[in-house]
Design a binder for this molecule. Structure first.
Ligand code: NAD
Ligand code: G6P
Ligand code: MN
Length: 447
């Protein structure tokens, strides 16, 4: 059957990831034909810079593509097959506060983990729902592939409050880790790896890795992890690759210590925030956090390249590059559109996939994806150590969503208190009171 052409809306048109993803869509045109792309953002000024540059690029490289950009939801979400969503409610200015406010109280500040992740979650739920509601109003059969963070909290909010929505929440961290593990084993394409994995988003473990002939790669990967963490998996992808800034490189190295805590499994890098929070605080600069690194790095680079294209009126010789790392998004869209039945790690209701864990938890497990959605692959029983950690963390995530839905100060205080990154209820309260102040206008009123 001939492939139809798809209409795609990118929500968060002004994101630093938008040009890379838009160009990647063009590159993957043969297997995922896209004839219409719309950028949507609620910040016209920010989006316009990215969109005008992309418009010039498309005119030169894909003249048949029907491209537009808008802040009007009706225009953005009518006649759409897929919505790719990567919004950041509050922009980097609020990310900076999420990172710096907890540090002032001696606890770590991170985009998606601990107090910072909780603060971002309280902002993000409403933004993602807004887009989901527009999609459902104007294109009820469309799928939303969401990677707006904090994905764990957003996914739990969807489970509780939008249970029938056609939204799939996904994260690219395990993809990068699989790239690195493939590289450690001399395998070029991570898609050749067969894996088992369980956990929550930014909170999980690989338990099995095989090559395409079914040979066990765990012994070799474990040898590398014990020696150098993920560092042996680094490819020299130049400055185009994601996760190459100094702080990320540290994180990949620190995975050695994270691995040592349970050498039976291969950990997600984000576990460092829960297992070594004291180390993270000690090695953080309270005046210059990851948000500053991103604003001085990725944001300047992407927006600089866009401005240059606009000024010159051509994208020839520009810094624009497809985000090769993001092809997993096309893999997922293809699976839904073409029933490829490929395996993806998705954030989905547990419902027995991890047999000794809360059935109502949103877990990250491998799934087979096809035209009718996903089927989970059972991961069976998980060990006591991980189960204990996950029970604590999933309770944090559930309490945040309940706090958001009910406007409950008490529940948000409990969420912060329960986070493994925060040592006491007192510190949790102090951090919370500062976060409430900083997030006026973004969070629901709490009482
Ligand atoms: P960014 O600030 O550059 O871009 C986000 C854009 O979203 C901005 O242009 C902003 O105006 C827009 N936006 C905010 N609220 C909106 C709303 N309600 N409606 C429409 N647009 C809205 O941020 P970035 O660093 O490029 O990251 C974008 C998002 O992608 C973040 O949430 C980030 O955490 C996420 N991300 C997730 C993964 C993953 O693995 N899940 C990977 C990379 C990035
Ligand atoms: C990883 C995570 C994402 C996160 C991204 C960017 O890919 O999976 O959830 O948003 O890193 O982080 P950065 O600090 O570069 O903005
Ligand atoms: Mn992620």
């Amino acid at each position: 059957m001939a492939k139809k052409s798809y209409s795609v809306t990118i929500a968060g048109g002004g994101s630093t990831f938008t040009p890379g993803i838009a160009l990647m869509l063009l590159e993957e045109h043969d297997r995922f034909p896209v004839d219409r792309v719309v950028f949507y953002d609620n910040n016209a000024e920010r989006q316009e810079i990215v969109a005008k540059a992309c418009e010039i690029y498309f005119k030169e490289n894909a003249p048949d593509l029907d491209f537009s950009y808008t802040t009007d939801p009706e225009k953005a979400f009518t006649g759409v097959d897929f919505v790719l969503a990567h919004i950041r409610v509050g922009l980097y200015a609020m990310r900076e506060l999420d990172e710096k406010i907890p540090l002032k109280h001696g606890v770590l500040g991170q985009e998606t983990c601990g107090a910072g992740g909780i603060a971002y979650g309280m902002r993000s739920i409403g933004g993602v729902f807004e887009i989901l509601d527009y999609m459902e109003k104007y294109s009820p059969n469309a799928w939303m592939l969401n990677y707006s963070n904090p994905a764990a909290i957003v996914a739990e909010a969807c489970r509780l409050l939008r249970p029938n929505s056609r939204i799939i929440n996904i994260c690219d961290m395990p993809i990068d880790l699989m790239d690195k593990m493939a590289h450690m084993c001399g395998i070029k394409d991570r898609r050749e790896l067969q894996y088992s994995y369980f956990g929550l988003n930014h909170f999980g473990w690989f338990t099995e890795i095989y090559d395409k002939e079914g040979n066990d790669l765990m012994p070799e990967i474990k040898r590398h992890m014990a020696k150098n963490g993920y560092m042996d998996g680094f490819e020299t992808a130049g400055d185009k690759a994601q996760h190459i800034d100094e702080s990320w490189v540290h994180t990949f190295g620190k995975a050695k210590d994270v691995y040592a805590v349970d050498p039976e499994t291969i950990p997600n890098t984000y576990l460092k925030y829960y297992l070594f929070p004291d180390y993270v605080v000690e090695t953080s600069n309270p005046d210059y956090t990851r948000a500053n690194e991103v604003m001085d790095g990725r944001e300047k680079k992407v927006f600089g390249a866009c401005r240059e294209i606009i000024e010159k009126g051509t994208a020839k010789g520009s810094d624009f590059e497809a985000d090769a790392h993001a092809t997993y998004i096309v893999d997922l869209a293809c699976a839904l559109a073409e029933n490829t039945l490929e395996r993806f790690l998705l954030i989905v209701p547990n419902d027995g996939a991890i047999s000794n864990f809360d059935p109502t938890a949103m877990v990250e497990v491998p799934c087979i994806v096809g035209k009718n959605g996903y089927e989970k692959i059972c991961q069976g029983q998980i060990p006591q150590f991980q189960k204990g950690m996950m029970e604590q963390q999933v309770s944090v995530e559930k309490l945040v969503v309940q706090a958001w839905a009910e406007g409950s100060y008490q529940k948000l205080w409990q969420a912060l208190t329960l986070s493994a990154t925060i040592p006491s209820a007192k510190i949790a309260k102090d951090v919370l009171d500062d976060l409430i102040e900083a997030n006026k206008g973004f969070w629901p009123e709490l009482s």
